[in-house]
Design a protein. Structure first.
Length: 220
């Protein structure tokens, strides 16, 4: 069982990061908004890529989230199963919920009929995703091993810092009740949201990659 986990764990991480990352990139390239504008992470929310009826390749993005979210949940469980103690399993439990929430973001896109559920699962993914990365990074820092690079926890710390900055900016936006002035050229909130996602995907990608390389060296 442990050998099977070691074999499939890194693959799940690579698949999860690639599915969300590539789906986002491809969908963004072909995106045309309601005003004919191109997509930019500087002033578009991530969820806008999956908005059916607006985003041309919304289905591609949403399928990427479904696959990537499930893969991330399984990756975090595989990560915990190869380590000892309570902390990695706490990271895995939180990460599994975050991954499932990410999958549900793809199932319930940012459209009028499902906007309420979408907001709930999207906030769940972001709020729990950075926590799972932070806890896993803390465990790797406390008990380093050859499968995971020594700099990986610092990438986790950076992701946590970016999310806290995003939260500080986003909460006023979330509770704002004034008149919408339209889309701005630059939005710090959307930019930080994209950086949080990039941090989670980068951490998962490099964790899976160093784990996979370690397995190859062991089997050589």
């Amino acid at each position: 069982m442990r050998d099977m986990t070691a074999r499939w764990g890194p693959t799940l991480g690579l698949v999860g990061a690639a599915a969300i990352g590539l789906a986002s990139l491809v969908t963004a390239v072909f995106y045309t908004g309601t005003q004919g504008e191109a997509f930019s992470p500087l002033n578009h929310w991530i969820s806008e890529l999956g908005e059916v009826g607006v985003s041309r390749l919304a289905a591609v993005f949403n399928i990427g989230l479904i696959v990537g979210g499930l893969a991330y949940a399984l990756f975090m469980i595989a990560f915990a199963s190869t380590r000892r103690g309570f902390l990695p399993w706490l990271a895995a439990a939180i990460g599994a919920v975050a991954g499932i929430a990410g999958t549900l973001v793809g199932v319930f896109p940012m459209d009028a009929p499902t906007i309420g559920i979408h907001r709930l699962v999207a906030l769940t993914f972001f709020n729990l995703g950075w926590i799972s990365v932070g806890l896993a990074s803390l465990d790797i820092w406390r008990r380093p091993e050859s499968r995971f690079s020594r700099w990986l926890p610092w990438l986790g710390v950076l992701t946590v810092i970016i999310f806290l900055a995003f939260l500080a900016v986003y909460l006023p936006v979330l509770t704002y009740t004034g008149t919408d002035a339209g889309r701005q050229t630059f939005s710090l909130a959307t930019t930080l949201e994209w950086l949080v996602l990039a941090g989670i995907l980068a951490w998962t990608l490099f964790a899976a990659l160093t784990w996979w390389r370690s397995g190859r060296r062991t089997n050589a």
